[in-house]
Design a protein around this ligand. Structure first.
Ligand code: FES
Length: 163
């Protein structure tokens, strides 16, 4: 006579009962899964915000260009916060500078400022970004360019953090 497996003693549930789930139980489990997903998303969002704040606080303040170093409509590549992070400084108006990370958010090609279009261009796959705020205008990138916070003081333009 075949021996009865021991797990059947520990879990004495028949297959018929095991497959029977009431609508109420199913709805309850859906509600719990939804609540758990909502809470998990909230925690991830809070952690990400906290990380961004921490990063912004520890970034150095670096002089990246002389105030008159680049003409209006011109641009300059600099590195911030480390020498591995190329960035693009653009002088949109006499007193208006903007800066972004220079790595395209699609596959990392270097982007360039196109003064005629007043936009930032990635030649790899025809990606276009708005030079005012770095948002995607066209092409495959799905995320905006990371923005560098600037400050003009005296005759210098300073990078002071990432936003
Ligand atoms: S790497 Fe810039 S569009 Fe693909």
């Amino acid at each position: 006579m075949p021996e009865v497996p021991t797990w059947k003693d520990h879990f004495p549930i028949s297959w018929v009962d095991d497959h029977f789930v009431t609508r109420r139980e199913f709805t309850k489990s859906l509600v719990w899964v939804s609540v758990a997903t909502f809470v998990a998303n909230g925690i991830v969002a809070l952690l990400s915000q906290h990380k961004q704040r921490q990063r912004a606080q520890v970034l150095p303040r670096v002089a990246i260009a002389g105030r008159e170093e680049i003409p209006v409509g011109g641009s300059k590549v600099f590195h911030y916060p480390s020498s591995d992070d190329p960035c693009l400084l653009v002088r949109l108006e006499p007193e208006r500078y903007v800066a972004f990370g220079q790595k395209c958010t699609h596959l990392g090609c270097p982007v360039h400022f196109r003064a005629a279009e007043r936009q930032i261009y990635c030649p790899c796959h025809e990606g276009w970004f708005n030079a005012e705020d770095g948002r995607v205008l066209a092409g495959p990138p799905s995320r905006p360019l990371p923005r560098i916070a600037l400050e003009t003081q005296g005759e210098q333009v300073w990078a002071i953090g990432q936003t």
